[in-house]
Design a protein around this ligand. Structure first.
Ligand SMILES: *[C@@H]1O[C@H](CO)[C@@H](O)[C@H](O)[C@H]1NC(C)=O
Ligand SMILES: *[C@@H]1O[C@H](CO)[C@@H](O)[C@H](O)[C@H]1NC(C)=O
Ligand SMILES: CC(=O)N[C@H]1CO[C@H](CO)[C@@H](O)[C@@H]1O
Length: 699
């Protein structure tokens, strides 16, 4: 018998509760897998209903419709002669499990419930599912009648088992199980499983891809085997971007790599591999074989089917490749751009509107939209019919073909510079030049009349006129005046988003983009309900440091020379009066901390889980070369005061692309109160006590 097997895995852009679309994409992936000779096809976690259904998992409708989709798959001739491994929720004895359903030729072979559930960060699987806790145990599952009618089976095995085909043995791991310290693949491998499958719903976090790739490769480095990873891709209706990276690896080396970011809804990887390579890899590892001889066996579901190709077909086997990683700047350029595209086409809007101030943040956001336009043109050039159809729908022209990113940008992207008498000519010019270079439809407006009118109402009612501090006003007055300007920007942004296309005689409305970065949010350095309030924000999960590097990348990669002066200008909100025509306000001075410091506070607070006292203790060490303990104490206190005073702003944070593990996003990720006693008296006393000990120690 031939030893060469052909297996397929995929990355699918599934969408929560879009059963119709999800089914279509699953069919398409099976078609491609079969056309490339695969005899086994793995799909992403919960692909039938879409990974991000969240509380919809509680609804019996979700379970019902998932079975209805499964029925369609079972019935179809398209699923003949290939083992299909699909993901869906299943209720067994009134308990809901996150399952793989594995079937072949109208028969369900096995339902495998997930054993370790993902429950950290953005994941809340324990809220909806129960982990299967009976290791190597299988029960009878009674199929719903609609499935019985297709398969002729009344019950099927449900539990922790592996599949034994005529030529090899396959075992499934589901997403989180790979990260678990005692992953199933270890014991399964010892028990003779040669092919491990892993279906994921894993999302993009900057700089994280290599961890996943290393984990997958290491899964088979020690004990040999073939590891197949499938993942969801795309927006899925939430802040997360699932980042594909389907892969196949063997004996610790990558064999096939899928893309991390792309506009293809269906991506299928097929590899032909020699099982004998697994066996010979294992042959020499005597420690493995000793352990293997003692392992208690998994229940095996026998399958009368071979994964290997017929003997008379000579198939070349695949060779290891080197995994290509994106730089963090490329990740920022590609991930949020794909997410924006999904959001735009699925919300059926006609494009985006961005208040473009000429600073780093809004410019970075503009560059991401421009990058999206590049990807759309590229996908169309590569023959992606779905992208072409979506582009035509968005620009409302059935014959349109996006070829030039700048031209496409002009149709779907409006940028708007909102000047007040306190904006400098420099920022205005910078915004205009950048708009020209990316091709956006650019509006320059002056909002002084609106600001005067609003402040005028206040003066009429109260008889008092607030002044800026440079004109002798108190900080209360000055801040209120800045906030009025900032908030009027938001009102204007929404007005122009709704009606610019109308004024130009075109149909549709625009989505408003926000551009507050993760550090500003953390510090609360933003006006609540100013133009940081928008429909969505592609950079809300990025740090200022990463955004600066990204701007440099765009300057080189897209030849946007306008970015040169944007890079060198100090970040400013430009809400205070100019002094001699120059900016008198800079963000870092205003915030009382640098962006670099903020990133450190952010990571300590969220990732290292440090309160004020622990943060102080860590920083006196980290910063011992640059700060005295007294300075550290005062910096930490300042940060916690500002953070807690402003935490309420996080409750209305614009939904942002999630990309950073220290994101302060209150809504799903960083659950904390928003009304604090901002004196932190107990905590700060501990800092002071510690700090006095430091002084004594050094004396
Ligand atoms: C499957 O892969 C994901 C990465 O996407 C990983 O988080 C998970 O731990 C893996 N699961 C198993 C069981 O290997
Ligand atoms: C916060 O705590 C301090 C110290 O215990 C206390 O004096 C102050 O009244 C508290 N603030 C409020 C608003 O309760
Ligand atoms: C619109 C606005 O707030 N303009 C202010 C700009 O700065 C001058 C002082 O230089 C103020 O008088 C204006 O009110």
């Amino acid at each position: 018998m031939s030893r060469v097997v052909a297996v397929a895995t995929c990355a699918l852009n599934q969408w929560a509760l879009d059963f119709e679309g999800n089914l279509e994409r699953i069919f398409k992936s099976i078609d491609i897998a079969k056309s490339k000779g695969a005899r086994y096809r793995l799909g992403p976690e919960l692909e039938i209903c879409g990974y991000g259904c969240s509380d919809h998992y509680y609804e019996s409708d979700t379970l019902l419709h998932s079975f209805q989709v499964l029925e369609k798959l079972l019935q179809s001739p398209a699923t003949q002669d290939i083992i299909c491994d699909v993901g869906m929720p299943v209720l067994h004895r009134n308990v809901r499990y996150n399952c793989r359903v594995i079937f072949l030729n109208k028969k369900i072979l096995l339902i495998r419930p997930k054993i370790s559930l993902a429950n950290a960060g953005n994941y809340r699987e324990l809220r909806w599912f129960t982990p299967w806790s009976k290791a190597r145990h299988v029960e009878e599952y009674f199929l719903p009648r609609i499935i019985q009618e297709v398969t002729g089976q009344e019950t099927v095995p449900f539990g922790d088992a592996v599949l034994a085909t005529k030529d090899t043995c396959l075992g499934a791991e589901i997403c989180e199980e790979l990260w678990a310290p005692n992953s199933p693949h270890i014991e399964m491998g010892l028990d003779g499983v040669e092919i491990f499958t892993n279906s994921s719903g894993s999302h993009h976090v900057l700089r994280k891809a290599h961890a996943r790739v290393d984990l997958v490769n290491s899964a088979t480095a020690k004990n040999g085997g073939i590891y197949i990873l499938a993942n969801q891709k795309g927006c899925d209706g939430d802040r997360l971007y699932y980042d594909g990276c389907a892969m196949i690896s063997m004996n610790g080396e990558t064999i096939a790599q899928g893309s991390q970011f792309s506009l293809d809804d269906v991506e299928v990887l097929v590899a032909t591999l020699d099982l004998e390579d697994v066996r010979s890899y294992r042959a020499e590892i005597s420690s493995r074989n000793l352990a293997a001889s003692k392992v208690s066996p998994y229940p095996r579901v026998k399958v009368d089917f071979a994964l290997s190709c017929p003997d008379d077909v000579a198939v070349p086997t695949c060779m290891p490749i080197q995994w290509r990683h994106h730089s963090p700047e490329e990740e920022i350029s590609l991930g949020p751009a794909c997410w924006l595209w999904d959001y735009l086409r699925r919300s059926k809007q006609a494009g985006f509107l961005l208040p473009l101030s000429g600073g780093i943040d809004s410019s970075a956001t503009a560059c991401i939209v421009y990058s999206m336009c590049h990807q759309v043109c590229l996908a169309v050039k590569n023959g992606n019919a779905d992208v072409l159809a979506d582009a035509r729908m968005i620009v409302n022209d059935e014959t349109y073909i996006p070829k030039d990113p700048r031209e496409f940008c002009k149709r779907i992207f409006t940028t708007c510079y909102m000047a007040s008498e306190n904006s400098s000519q420099d920022t205005c010019n910078r915004a205009k030049l950048l708009a020209e270079q990316i091709g956006s439809y650019h509006i320059n407006l002056n909002m002084d009349a609106a600001v005067k009118a609003v402040v005028g109402i206040f003066s009429v009612v109260t008889g008092r006129t607030p002044q800026f501090s440079v004109c002798g006003g108190s900080s209360r007055e000055s801040l209120a005046l800045q906030n009025v300007q900032a908030r009027i920007r938001m009102v204007l942004a929404y007005l122009f988003a709704q009606l610019t296309l109308w004024a130009r005689g075109m149909p549709g409305g625009l989505l408003v983009l926000g551009s507050a970065n993760v550090d500003e949010s953390l510090r609360g350095y933003m006006t609540k309900y100013d133009c940081s309030s928008a429909d969505i924000n592609p950079i809300g999960g990025m740090s200022k440091t990463d955004l600066k590097n990204f701007i440099q990348y765009c300057l080189e990669n897209f030849q946007l020379t306008a970015l040169r002066s944007i890079m060198s200008a100090p970040p400013t909100a430009e809400l205070e009066p100019l002094v001699d025509g120059q900016v008198a306000q800079t963000d870092e001075a205003d915030m009382g901390m640098t962006y670099a410091e903020l990133s450190i506070y952010g990571k300590l607070r969220k990732i290292a889980k440090a309160g004020p006292y622990s943060m102080f203790c860590k920083l006196i060490n980290m910063w011992k070369e640059i700060c005295t303990p007294r300075e550290v104490a005062s910096k930490v206190k300042h940060f916690f005061r500002m953070y807690s005073v402003n935490r309420h702003k996080m409750t209305t944070l614009t939904p942002s692309y999630h990309a950073e593990n220290y994101s302060p996003d209150d809504n799903r990720f960083d659950l904390r109160p928003f009304l604090y006693n901002t004196s932190w008296s107990w905590q700060f006393r501990c800092i002071d006590k510690q700090f006095r000990t430091c002084l004594k120690g050094s004396a």
